[in-house]
Design a protein around this ligand. Structure first.
Ligand code: FE
Length: 387
């Protein structure tokens, strides 16, 4: 009897992976709900007397998030300045410039409003305001402490940056996007209101949703995955999957926007612990050299990468497909192809160049099935249109 029971019991700990412990650290206070900035945002009053709002050039003004934040700050009598020069895939120079302004104005904390780019830039500015870091050393080490407190208000549902301890910037020296990271970059507070996303264009909604799925799947593929991160990843996938019909029809109600935002936050908690894998490393090159949107780039690569991993670890890929209720990678591929439309071409020369850079990324080694340079090249060629 005892023997039978033991046979049926599986361990929480995945002994085949490097991490056979659960070690979960998530210091961000997450507040989610309709109008939560105005209704619950008073928690920011403990962060200081002067804020810098970091945002992009337009969307925070259009969707009402910036207005809500300035109303909140006025009501709390917190002084603020606005730094609204953040573009997509923020450059290193833009965050150094932001930090210079934050120092000059003696701000106490950062409020980043927007998609991944303003949130990542806000985190980097929070770090560079406090610490003197040479540009060439920015990506070289971990930052355990030493950043201004950060408040994140996402206005897309994709990056999960509101609950992660890294910031992705465009590193022209390495000719790709790279992360600065460390526990010091966890936001203090995340305020999540899906209402800001109601007018988000469909293509951005789809691309960011695919990024969420990519985070959840890559988290499950990671050698750092644990029972806890897998639980979050599966829940993230379930929430995003429920929105597939609406993403296909192009009509999203507020409740679907909430599911996308919630799923994004869960997947953010996953990658804060697992990191991403070769998919993100490879995707960054498609963004840097070909201008393909980040989430779309990951979505184009994911089915090919899953086929590659399946050759080495069938069970792991089947566990992921089960989460979607898919019987095969082809089913997932068909859904992605329907959502993403026609694929971009890639030449042999591009695949050579991208694979040479991507193979150097640490994230490639994050999965037990780590592709070498030639395998990365073949993955590019099979994922996009060879020509
Ligand atoms: Fe991503």
């Amino acid at each position: 009897m005892n023997g039978d029971l033991q046979l049926k019991t599986t361990s929480l700990f995945q002994k085949d992976k490097k991490k056979d412990v659960i070690n979960f650290y998530m210091p961000t206070q997450v507040i989610m709900g309709e109008d939560c900035v105005l209704k619950q945002g008073q928690v920011i009053k403990y962060l200081g007397a002067k804020a810098m709002i970091v945002t992009g050039t337009g969307s925070a003004k259009k969707n009402g998030s910036e207005e809500d934040v300035t109303k909140l700050l006025d009501s709390l009598q917190i002084d603020y300045i606005i730094y609204d020069k953040i573009t997509s895939n923020p450059s290193v120079s833009s965050v150094y410039e932001g930090a210079k302004a934050a120092r000059k104005e003696k701000v106490d904390f950062i409020i980043a409003i927007g998609g991944g780019s303003p949130m990542d830039a806000g985190k980097a500015i929070a770090l560079l305001t406090v610490q003197d870091i040479k540009e060439e050393e920015l990506f070289a080490k971990e930052y355990k402490t030493g950043a201004l407190p950060i408040v994140c208000i996402p206005t897309t549902a994709g990056t999960g940056a509101e609950v992660t301890s890294n910031a992705v910037l465009t590193n022209d020296r390495a000719r790709t996007k790279m992360s600065i990271k460390g526990p010091g970059l966890f936001p203090a507070i995340a305020l999540l209101d899906a209402g800001y996303m109601q007018d988000l264009p469909l293509n951005i909604t789809i691309n960011t949703a695919i990024d969420v799925i990519s985070h959840a799947i890559e988290g499950m593929l990671s050698i750092k995955a644990s029972a806890l991160t897998d639980t979050l990843a599966k829940s993230s996938i379930s929430n995003i999957k429920e929105c597939f019909p609406s993403l296909l029809s192009g009509r999203l109600a507020l409740q679907e926007r909430e599911k996308l935002l919630y799923g994004s936050m869960l997947a953010g908690m996953v990658i804060a612990h697992t990191g991403t894998t070769a998919v993100h490393s490879m995707g960054y090159l498609l963004t840097y050299f070909k201008g393909i949107d980040h989430g779309r780039a990951n979505g184009l690569l994911l089915p090919s990468y899953l086929r590659f991993v399946k050759e080495k670890d069938r069970e792991l890929v089947e566990k992921i497909l089960d989460t979607f209720d898919y019987g095969s990678i082809d089913e997932l591929d068909l859904m992605f192809t329907t959502l993403l439309g026609e694929k971009e071409p890639i030449s042999e020369e591009e695949a050579d160049k991208f694979s040479e850079i991507a193979v150097k990324s640490k994230n490639v080694l994050n999965c037990t099935a780590a592709p070498d340079q030639e395998e990365i090249k073949q993955l590019y060629l099979s994922a996009l249109i060879n020509g």
